[in-house]
Design a protein around this ligand. Sequence first.
Ligand code: TYM
Length: 329
Amino acid sequence: METVLSGIRPTGNLHLGNYFGAVKSFVQMQNEYDCYFFIADWHSLTTCPKPEDIQRSVRTILVEYLACGIDPEKATIYMQSDVKEILELYLFFNMNAYLGELERTTTFKEKARKQPDNVNAGLLTYPTLMAADILIHKADKVPVGKDQEQNMEMARRFARRFNTIYGVEFFKEPQSFYFSEKALKVPGLDGSGKMGKSEGNCIYLKDEPDVIRKKVMKAVTDNGPQEPNSPKPEVIENLFTFLGIVSDKETYDYFNEKWNDCSIRYGDLKKKIAEDIVAFNTPIREKIQEFSANQALLDKIINEGADKAREHVQKTIREVREIVGFRTY
Ligand code: TYM
């Protein structure tokens, strides 16, 4: 059976970008594959969060994973920091990762721009840690959103490089997996590129209906189509992308026709998007409350997940040590 792995940094609540870019695939894939879904707590250290913030965010992600339908009976849910073997592989990969290629990654350049006073080595080596996360499980498929494409390419590169340096066929190249036919980028509704925490434009799974309505009604629009069948400017395309994600095809076609014949009313479009998000979020929000109240269950899941994940990586790390020339134990 093929192995699937993916993770999310604990930096707050899950938003619609996380859900439709990644978690929706997790839920589907757990029925067909050997799945490992983790909480990337080491990765969150690149921004130097407070200990209590890490703890709160880790718990939040766990609760929201469960509320979305990830089932610990089907998939292994674990915390990255419970599997120290990842760090050993991270070290091996770092020894063959070059400054130039790490500095050139878009995510590094972006982060370095956003936090110029804290351009740390963790930021620089983010792609090697991510490669270790994936390759320690010898994952075949990695469900991620479009923003992770470059990190995935780096993971494949580190896998190939390890094989070449040691003259082995040890690591397979992991493939990105998208729920839709191509990688998804859930846009922001503020006219900016993507929905993201640092962009401050998120609709969260935990958001109450009124909060959702307010956020959607504030979405940036324009003066409307000036002639029939004109191409949509980016802010309008973003609204239609949302419609495509949360509404049915009939609704999408209806508003698309209205755009094409210039009779579209953005107020109606936004109202429909808001109501469809509310309908989608409501059962998840209820489950978030349910799981939040069950600390004993959360502890059990995380303890069992740690054991299963550790067990799954033992063989890989033993073989890697041997290949690299280290003593095995
Ligand atoms: P993170 O925590 O930023 O996001 C988690 C997942 O959500 C997806 N995502 C989006 N997809 C579409 N549109 C959006 N607007 C959007 N925003 C977020 C991301 O693509 C991601 O799949 N580096 C990863 C975490 C990670 C990881 C891994 C993932 C660490 N190690 C190993 C897979 C495998 C990250 O920062 O994701």
